[in-house]
Design a protein around this ligand. Structure first.
Ligand code: NAD
Length: 451
């Protein structure tokens, strides 16, 4: 990639072109129009990369970004206003306020599992906050990357939003060394997140890291088992389990294990056809490497349900695993596929000990009809976010921050949180000159009783 393109972004930003409300609004409208224009091409690309159905592609990718754009457009003007805050007595009669300033030229790096949503949703925040951006989609979803190239080329000028493609390990370190970005927003694995953090540190570039982890789901004996099973199944097996907030494993109270597993099997039967490869609604594993990794996990437990696969088409059916040992890889690494270990507990501490082995998950879920228990569990487990009697849907609420903590990431976005992530909050004190008492100036001797 030609470095002069990066400098053109910087120059454009420095000229102040991206600061106005009109510019920000126009970019968001351009993106919205481009998404509609390329709708069919997006469906084809997501089908080629991940065998996403049109419905899934709309709900989890195109519609998700459009909804974010609409929400931001409704609130942007008020977010851009200076925000008044209180002022202490020492500074009487000053006024204080926060100015939200754009950061500059930001880099947005995306993964392959929601290859459109996870670069465009952050981009909405970056543009709303008045930044220019470089967008780097995953090379492992090449068809979507190619459509994103068309979308950005048709919606933006190259010195506003620049799309950079290629293998991350080759492209990103070179770019981050040659050019000082003002912020890096990265979504992907914890392993590569560590590399990005180190690259950013060399030039003191702030980062948002949206990483992975093993998100546990606790089932209490008083849970509505049928509803729990349906809600877990629909999320866990969506996109063939390749979702950062999918329930990674279940912790079911032993007294309800049998009925719960029956409900889970029924939910899978209701939602999917038995031969995954023929199922319009069921995705494929992204590539051979991920497929081989998942097949290894399959050897680490007893298959309670599912377990069939079709290697040539990279399909692995929804699978429940029992008898997995804590030391097994499937309980140490993020599964990121349609395998769901079912573990049991009888005392809360047993479940907490298992969770603590993979601390700070991206999400934590608990199913119970008892509010006290739900709150107790939420307080016990440090996690990026979570749901009570639901899974993953917290990320669809614009009013909730979405992000991890510890190993699952740092920083958050969605809605106003995106605007704040891509803005600098400049604290300003404005002091009138009509009041300028002598006690504020030297000599200070004897003035302590006034202050
Ligand atoms: P990945 O880390 O392999 O790749 C993500 C991006 O990093 C890609 O654009 C890739 O080109 C780039 N990259 C890869 N190697 C690099 C290197 N050595 N140096 C610089 N850049 C490099 O992640 P992935 O496999 O695409 O995504 C799966 C992971 O992402 C899972 O762990 C999942 O939980 C996580 N994820 C998190 C969220 C979230 O919102 N927190 C969302 C989706 C996925």
């Amino acid at each position: 990639m030609n470095d002069s393109l990066l400098h053109a972004l910087r120059q454009n930003f420095q000229q102040g072109n991206s600061r106005s409300y009109a510019w920000r609004r126009q970019q968001l409208l351009n993106l919205k129009a481009a998404l509609y224009r390329h709708e069919e091409a997006i469906y084809a690309a997501l089908s080629a990369d991940l065998k996403k159905s049109k419905e899934e592609a709309w709900i989890t990718e195109i519609g998700f970004v459009l909804s974010e754009i609409s929400y931001v457009l409704r609130h942007l003007k008020s977010w851009m206003q200076p925000q008044n805050v209180g002022t202490n007595l020492l500074n009487f009669p000053s006024k204080s306020y926060l100015l939200s300033e754009p950061l500059g030229v930001v880099l947005i790096i995306g993964p392959w599992n929601y290859p459109l949503q996870l670069v465009l949703a952050p981009l909405v925040g970056a543009l709303a906050a008045g930044n220019c951006a470089v967008v780097k989609p995953s090379e492992l979803a090449p068809a979507t990357s190619a459509v994103l190239r068309q979308i950005t080329a048709s919606a933006f000028k190259e010195n506003e939003v620049l799309l950079v493609e290629g293998e991350g390990a080759a492209v990103i370190p070179r770019m981050m060394e040659a050019f000082r970005f003002d912020h890096v927003f990265y979504t992907g694995s914890t392993q590569v997140g560590t590399i990005i953090y180190q690259l950013a540190a060399k030039q003191l570039v702030p980062v948002t890291l949206e990483l992975g982890g093993k998100s546990p789901t606790v089932i209490e004996p008083d849970a509505n088992l049928e509803v729990a099973a349906r809600r877990i199944a629909v999320t866990k097996f969506s996109n063939a389990g390749q979702m950062c907030v999918a329930p990674d494993y279940l912790l079911v109270h032993q007294s309800v294990r049998e009925p719960f597993v029956q409900h889970l099997k029924k939910a899978i039967d209701d939602f999917y056809v038995s031969e995954a490869v023929r199922d319009y609604h069921y995705g494929k594993v992204v590539n051979q490497r991920q497929f081989d990794r998942l097949l290894q996990y399959l050897q680490e437990g007893t298959v309670l349900y599912g377990g069939s696969y079709d290697a040539p088409t990279l399909h692995l059916s929804p699978t429940l695993l029992a008898d997995v040992r804590p030391e097994a890889k499937v309980m140490q690494e993020e599964i990121f596929g349609p395998l769901l270990p079912v573990l049991t507990w009888s005392k809360e501490q047993e479940a907490l000990d298992i969770i603590a082995r993979n601390n700070n998950p991206l999400a934590f879920y608990v199913f119970t009809e008892n509010d006290k228990k739900a709150n107790w569990w939420m307080e016990q487990v440090p996690a990026g976010g979570g749901c009570i009697n639901n899974v993953s849907f917290h990320l669809t609420n614009h009013n909730l921050p979405f992000g991890g903590r510890g190993n699952s990431g740092m920083g958050a976005y969605h809605g106003k949180y995106s605007f704040d992530t891509f803005s600098h909050k400049k604290g300003v004190l404005k002091t009138p000159t009509w009041f300028d008492p002598a006690f504020k100036y030297p000599p200070f001797k004897g003035k302590l009783n006034i202050l």
